[in-house]
Ligand binder design. Structure first.
Ligand code: MRU
Length: 343
């Protein structure tokens, strides 16, 4: 892994023999690109949040497996080595299903390869296809979403970061928000800061500000006060896993936000590619929820903000029950979970 300079409008760049990642831990203060040449490095980057966001980590895992194949090619047991790397990549983070979904797609093309050279070629093509399809899906989701929203203009509130930094490009919920803005249908975006990792303040506010989209940053705790004022018509969020019954795992705080939205008569839209839908799980109770280290709450930039040794509970995702979600938008279309009566 080495540091260098790359353009900042995307989270990841694939160069065929290495993967470049914009280090999201350092944004917005510094734009540093890191270079990865093996699967273990990519797995660490996903685990340590150099790259994050469900679709982006799926795409990175796919490219990570291509790197594994390139390294395995000189050994007789190349296939077993690639499969071992796939297990390492799949274990990097537990909640977003996009990671195992992407790796399963690559494993199935691996089964069709008779030699290591062919495996590299097929895996590379499939990883690039996953990346391209994600960008195309984001644009389709934005079009589907706008087709069911009233003309506006209105304000929206979002949580976490679901933009170019979290996907192959453009974004899921943030793609919808970008599209609303370009169509003249958006007055303002309220961005929850998204404690504790601050994806909202460090990433979403940065992405939107760079494009001149009006954004107001608020603490997560201010959401109720904002929704009460009445100018926000939609809460628009992404997802890390959607189960067969429509339950949605997303960044911690989404569940509470959905409760607030229902209380204030504000619609909740979940925007995610079909790669985020996990029909093998019947409900959100079965989704593994990642817990991260205590220091994410005890410290900010290495400075203590809580008593030394304090007990901490830090689940970084929650599950919003389907009955609090109004509509789920994927690239395949729109699914209403509640009656669209008052639109
Ligand atoms: O912990 P993170 O930053 O990977 O969590 C990201 C989210 O929860 C996003 O809302 C989700 O992955 C959708 S990104 C298009």
């Amino acid at each position: 892994m080495t540091g260098n300079q790359e353009p900042s409008t995307t989270a990841l760049l694939w160069h065929g023999d290495h993967l470049a990642l914009l280090d999201q831990r350092l944004l917005p203060e510094r734009e540093v690109w890191l270079t990865y040449t093996d699967a273990d490095g990519v797995a660490s980057a996903i685990r340590d949040m150099v790259v994050r966001g469900a679709p982006a980590i799926g795409i990175c895992a796919a490219y990570g497996l291509v790197l594994a194949a390139r390294q395995a090619a000189r050994y007789d047991d190349w296939r077993a080595l690639i499969q071992s790397a796939a297990r390492t990549l799949a274990g990097a983070r537990p909640t977003a299903v996009n990671l195992s979904w992407a790796l399963q797609r690559l494993q199935s093309v691996l089964n069709d390869a008779d030699d290591a050279r062919e495996a590299i070629r097929r895996l590379d093509l499939e990883a690039r296809a996953i990346h391209d399809e994600d960008v195309a899906a984001n644009h389709r989701m934005a079009e589907h979403a706008l087709s069911i929203m009233d003309h506006g203009p209105f304000a929206v509130l979002t949580h976490c970061n679901t933009g170019s930094l979290a996907t192959g490009g453009y974004g899921t919920a943030l793609g919808v928000i970008r599209h609303l803005w370009h169509q003249g249908r958006l007055t303002r975006v309220y961005a929850d800061e998204t404690r504790p990792w601050l994806q909202g303040s460090r990433l979403t506010a940065w992405e939107l500000q760079q494009e001149g989209i009006p954004v107001t940053l608020n603490t997560d705790g201010a959401a109720a006060q904002i929704l009460r004022r009445g100018d926000v018509r939609w809460v628009i969020v992404g997802a890390d896993r959607i189960t067969a019954n429509g339950d949605v795992a997303n960044k911690i705080g989404t569940y509470g936000l959905a409760v607030l939205a229902r209380h204030h008569g504000v619609r909740v839209m979940v925007v995610a590619p079909s790669s985020t839908v996990d029909r093998s799980l019947s409900s959100g109770d079965d989704i593994p929820i990642e817990e991260r280290g205590a220091d994410e709450l005890r410290m900010i930039q290495g400075l203590p903000i809580a008593p030394d040794g304090i007990s901490v509970y830090n689940p970084v995702f929650d599950v919003t029950p389907a009955d609090l979600v109004d509509v789920i938008v994927t690239e395949q279309g729109v699914t209403w979970l509640q009656t669209p009566s008052s639109l």
